[in-house]
Design a protein around this ligand. Structure first.
Ligand SMILES: Cc1ncc(COP(=O)(O)O)c(C=O)c1O
Length: 375
């Protein structure tokens, strides 16, 4: 298989600028923690697992106790309905390959994680439906319905959304499930920002709970702030699909990393405390960010995100967003991600945006540097 060039812009830009970046103001994850701090949250069982851990090959689907901890985060999912992966990226890759083949069609809501669109395009025909920037990043359910064809096999969505921070109203999520059920579509739901809702009452049901053909992709990278663990998963009530996904998994890595699995189990069990801490950090940063935008109304325009730790801001300066982002990186070592990184081949998206990330404790220093630089 040839490696698709599209969808890798973000990775390319991050590796190019990484060593020159003083302020990563576009980070997509919550504040992280040290191994020592995480282990401090371990119960006796996981403490013993950690101390006695053998560095042998592990269960290719993920340790049964890890899959049980993942399953505990859903209402109708057992460990047998979960496959663990090295991050969400691998899970998305395996699901798309398990479900799509030439002659199929997929509907992809954009913007979202770029590789979903790119991988789907490499496997099948794809129609894109863009969130409406002019209407608070809302989703037109009728446009999704109109994109469905007789050979449509799946709908791909991601809420809470990266980069916009948008969240679907619950009745719209139900409408998507009804639409998928009517047409027998799989619903691939990239839910890596679940648990970051600014108002937890606005949390949507997981697709795997809401729909028998719902496929939830989760990870510890974002809400938990633990991307270095590389632990993600796919959950689905359909055991035949889980079997197919598990077979694709064999071509990625033979099994997960044992130390990461134990640490992931600790994090999942302490999830309430970790995600509450992270929502608190994000809320304080978001309030500082709102103040910043209120001070610069002529330059920036944005929609307050409902969830997540990123926002997709309109830049109104005459030099254009790509130039602005390049100038901030070169002159002040500030990393923002411009619209070109998030562009889509299947739907038109605004070209005047950049992503800002407000999940980390270093955010206030970065924001102060940005304010100094634009002055
Ligand atoms: C929406 C979304 N899905 C999936 C991923 C992939 O997650 P991971 O890096 O943990 O594989 C990301 C990472 O940025 C993301 O933002």
């Amino acid at each position: 298989m040839t490696v698709p060039a599209r969808g890798l812009e973000l990775a390319a830009m991050l590796s190019r600028l990484h060593h020159r970046t003083l302020h990563h103001l576009s980070a997509s994850e919550c504040e992280t923690m040290s191994v020592a701090d995480l282990l401090g949250l371990a119960d006796a069982e996981d403490q013993a697992r950690w101390e006695g851990l053998l560095l042998s090959y592990t269960d290719p689907l993920g340790a049964p106790w890890l899959r049980a901890s993942v399953a505990a985060g859903y209402d109708g999912i057992g460990p047998e309905n979960v496959v663990s992966f090295a991050g969400a990226q691998e899970g998305l890759y395996a699901v798309l390959h398990a479900l799509l083949q030439p002659g199929d069609h997929a509907v992809v809501v954009v913007p979202g994680y770029q590789s979903v669109e790119t991988l789907a395009l490499g496997l099948a025909d794809v129609s894109g439906v863009a969130l409406d920037a002019a209407d608070g990043w809302s989703l037109d359910i009728d446009a999704v319905a109109a994109a469905v064809r007789p050979n449509t096999r799946m709908l791909c969505v991601s809420f809470p959304n990266n980069p916009t921070g948008a969240l679907l109203p619950p009745e719209q999520f139900s409408a998507l499930v009804t639409l998928c059920r009517r047409h027998g579509l799989w619903l691939l739901s990239d839910e890596v920002y679940r648990l970051t809702e600014h108002d937890p009452a606005r949390r949507l049901p997981a697709a795997a709970d809401a729909y028998e053909r719902g496929v939830s992709v989760g990870v510890l990278s974002k809400a938990y702030g633990l991307p270095g663990l590389r632990v993600g998963w796919v959950a689905c009530r359909d055991t035949a699909l889980i079997g197919r996904v598990a077979r694709f998994r064999q071509y990625l890595s033979v099994c997960g990393a044992g130390p990461s699995e134990v640490l992931a189990n600790v994090a999942l069990k302490a999830g309430e405390a970790i995600t509450r801490r992270n929502r608190g950090i994000a809320a304080a940063n978001l309030s500082a960010l709102s103040g910043f935008f209120a001070r610069h109304p002529a330059l920036f325009d944005w929609q307050l995100p409902e969830a997540g730790v990123v926002g997709y801001v309109r830049y109104a300066g005459a030099d254009g967003v790509e130039h602005f982002v390049a100038r901030m990186a070169e002159a002040a070592g500030i990393l923002l991600l411009p619209a070109s990184v998030f562009r889509s081949e299947v739907a038109a998206l605004p070209a005047d945006r950049f992503r800002i990330g407000f999940g980390r404790t270093c955010f206030p220093a970065g924001l102060a540097a940005l304010e100094a630089a634009i002055r």
